[in-house]
Design a protein around this ligand. Structure first.
Ligand code: R5P
Length: 294
């Protein structure tokens, strides 16, 4: 096995290679003056399993094209199997037709990746697991929630309340509560499909005077966390923290969340950012070991 760290996940790729004790094939990349991407493998992959590690956070389209080009290069240089580790899988939230005339974006992306020669995909906390069933190759999602919860536990947050900001994330909150040992719950969230605005219904939780950690897969604009934090503040929570696997933190998200009274945001290096305090490297290394052992 050789690790090919893509331009979007260079550091993470290097950490995974180090944990596994395997060689790296550096990927040279550049953008042409007109914006097109270029990649070149700076080493041999012939007869090897090539593991590309490349997240597809913004700029998503460029990251996806780079991934496709690296896979194509690995294929034509005779790698035996191509595994794509894509911590943040872009377009996974458009997993059905919500409004007539839309595309199912994630299916289109899956077909494109198949065409480049990818045999296997590992992602982390994909938005809806069932989207992977439609992939034309083996695709698996692993969870970083225990790692995030452990991070808080080590800091003394035992028995903190784990809150999911919407019903879809209830499994995440439950997973976190198993590590933290406290209660968990979820809010009812609505998002306007045209404006993108988020509203959250107030629910009665016994969080008065307690520390609450809001767990979600993605923080994008921060609207979801802000809405959830407002409810928690009304309910008298003592301290509110936010944890997510994919800290996209678009625009002023971080500032908005802090202004809503959230003490701290903790994310992973799925998306390298100022809040990426937890590394996915042990989780990915383990998933690759399991893949190798069949
Ligand atoms: C959606 O259901 C996801 O789980 C996240 O809650 C959402 O993507 C967060 O987006 P934003 O930060 O823009 O509210």
């Amino acid at each position: 096995m050789k690790i090919l760290p893509g331009p979007a996940s260079k550091e993470l790729g290097e950490k995974v290679a180090q944990l596994l004790g395997v060689q790296i094939v550096p990927v040279f990349f550049k953008s042409f003056p007109d914006g097109e991407s270029y990649v070149r493998l700076d080493g041999e992959v012939k007869g090897e399993e090539a593991v590309i590690i490349q997240t597809t956070s913004p700029p998503q389209d460029t990251r996806l094209i780079q991934l496709a080009l690296i896979a194509d290069a690995a294929k034509r240089n005779d790698a035996t199997r191509i595994v794509a580790v894509v911590p943040y899988l872009a377009y996974a939230r458009q997993d059905k037709v919500f409004l007539k005339g839309e595309a199912i974006s994630i299916e289109a992306i899956a077909k494109m990746l198949k065409a480049t020669g990818i045999d296997n995909l590992i992602t982390v906390n994909v938005h809806q697991k069932n989207v992977l069933e439609k992939f034309p190759f083996q695709a698996k999602s692993i969870s970083a929630i225990p790692l995030l919860a452990e991070h808080f536990k080590h800091r003394g947050f035992k028995e903190a309340f784990a809150l999911a900001p919407d019903k879809g994330a209830i499994g995440i909150a439950e997973e976190a509560s198993k590590v933290l040992g406290g209660d968990f719950g979820y809010l009812e969230k609505q998002r306007d499909r045209y404006t993108g605005c988020v509203s959250v219904e107030k629910k009665e939780f016994a969080v008065k005077g307690k520390t609450v950690i809001i767990f979600d897969d993605i923080i994008s604009t921060g609207g979801t966390i802000v809405a959830a934090a407002n409810v928690l503040n009304e309910l008298g929570a003592a301290k509110v923290y936010a944890a997510c696997v994919h800290p996209l933190l678009v625009g002023e998200a971080e500032k908005r969340i802090r202004q809503a009274g959230v003490e701290e945001i903790v994310g992973t290096d799925s998306v390298p950012s100022s809040v990426s305090k937890v590394s996915l490297s042990p989780l990915i290394a383990q998933a690759l070991r399991e893949l190798q052992s069949g």
